[in-house]
Design a protein around this ligand. Structure first.
Ligand code: COA
Length: 326
């Protein structure tokens, strides 16, 4: 038994924050942000919205595109590191929004690599017979955990959600190979120190020391990202007996255009073989790779039967790659 991919969907907040908007908040410039990251604008939740709202929007679009009804879904997995609440899970809130009951719904957390971790979970659960038709969602709202006084991080992130409908099938299916990795020893280089059980929000007496905002060693993360995504990409391709020549499209995590270009160069991939939309959205964490897949499919850059490889990295540290047939 395998899994096949039926459809994708996206849920993006309407509100756009441009580099010019950021110039008014911190000491930065459109020129610096564009040159160092490739980002021109990003989306941001309205005050009244939360992660589950955009996740639900992505879910509805993916279900409609598949020609299914919400009731056909028997498993919902949401990958997120910015849930509405510590509990209930975003997956249960999406389930409520879709008006379906008696299903399995839970969240997975692996930061920006979350979507690939979620994909492995869904594949395993379908193989074990726990579900037949699953909804895998990547949804994050990192602008809620951004220090708007820190120019080193606040220019990088945006909010978004993407969804993929996955169904059990006979035969090998559309997921050719998946590789995942993590390294807790480097957890400190990308973290949100406050707001969890270690330094609960209500009890933090030193918010400067334990802020509920992203703290990052940008240079270390950059080096790690390039290295690990290349390794993971090659490992996943080798696992299924493919090479980069077999790929129609590489869909890398969209954190920084310079990271994407460095990987493309090392993997010797031409410009048209590497998907890029970081200029429009910045880094949307777990939503990034699935929104990129959704756009690649809708724009015709990836057609039925063609091979793509999704690669990602994130806090944890975590990373992964998946070779898929669309
Ligand atoms: N606007 C203007 N100047 C900025 C700036 C901004 N938004 N952010 C940093 N700078 C300044 C720094 O203060 C520094 O100034 P200094 O030389 O006077 O000290 C200078 O620009 C260079 O900073 P540096 O951190 O060395 O830049 P960089 O080339 O490493 O780029 C990142 C910084 C964050 C863009 C880059 O390291 C990166 O993308 N890392 C990966 C981050 C990532 O992907 N995180 C998510 C993982 S899922």
């Amino acid at each position: 038994m395998g899994i096949r991919f039926l459809s994708t969907g996206a849920g993006l907040p309407e509100k756009i924050i441009t580099n010019a908007d950021l110039e008014k908040i911190v000491d930065t410039s459109d020129e610096w942000i564009t040159e160092r990251t490739g980002i021109k604008e990003r989306r941001m939740l309205e005050e009244s919205e939360a992660t589950s709202d955009i996740a639900l929007r992505a879910a509805r679009q993916a279900i409609d595109t598949a020609g299914l009804q919400p009731d056909d879904i028997d498993l919902i997995v949401v990958t997120t590191c910015t849930p509405d609440h510590l509990f209930p899970s975003v997956a249960c809130l999406v389930q409520k929004g879709l008006g379906i009951s008696q299903k399995i719904a839970f969240d997975v957390s692996a930061a920006c690599s979350g979507f690939l971790y979620g994909l492995a979970c869904v594949e395993g659960m379908i193989e074990k017979g726990l579900a037949k038709t699953a909804l895998l969602i990547g949804a994050d709202a990192l602008t809620r955990f951004t220090d708007w006084k820190d120019r080193g991080t606040c220019v990088l992130f945006g909010d978004g959600a993407g969804a993929l409908v996955i169904q059990a099938c006979e035969g090998p299916g559309d997921l050719l190979a998946i590789h995942l990795g993590s390294d807790g020893d480097s957890s400190h280089i990308l973290t949100i120190p406050g707001g969890g059980s270690k330094h609960p929000l209500g009890q933090i007496d030193n918010v400067d020391k334990y802020p509920p905002f992203i703290k990052m060693d940008g240079k270390e993360v950059f080096k790690f990202a390039v290295l690990r995504m290349i390794e993971s990409s090659m490992t996943a391709l080798k696992k299924c007996g493919k090479t980069t020549d077999d790929l129609k499209l590489l869909i890398p995590h969209q954190a920084n255009l310079r990271i994407i270009d460095a990987i493309a160069k090392r993997l010797k991939l031409s410009h048209d073989k590497v998907f890029r939309n970081v200029h429009k959205y910045g880094n949307m964490s777990a939503a990034t790779t699935i929104i990129a897949l959704d756009e690649a499919v809708r724009s015709g850059q990836l057609q039925r039967g063609e091979l793509a490889e999704l690669i990602a990295f994130g806090a944890g540290l975590t990373w992964g790659a998946a070779v898929v047939r669309w």
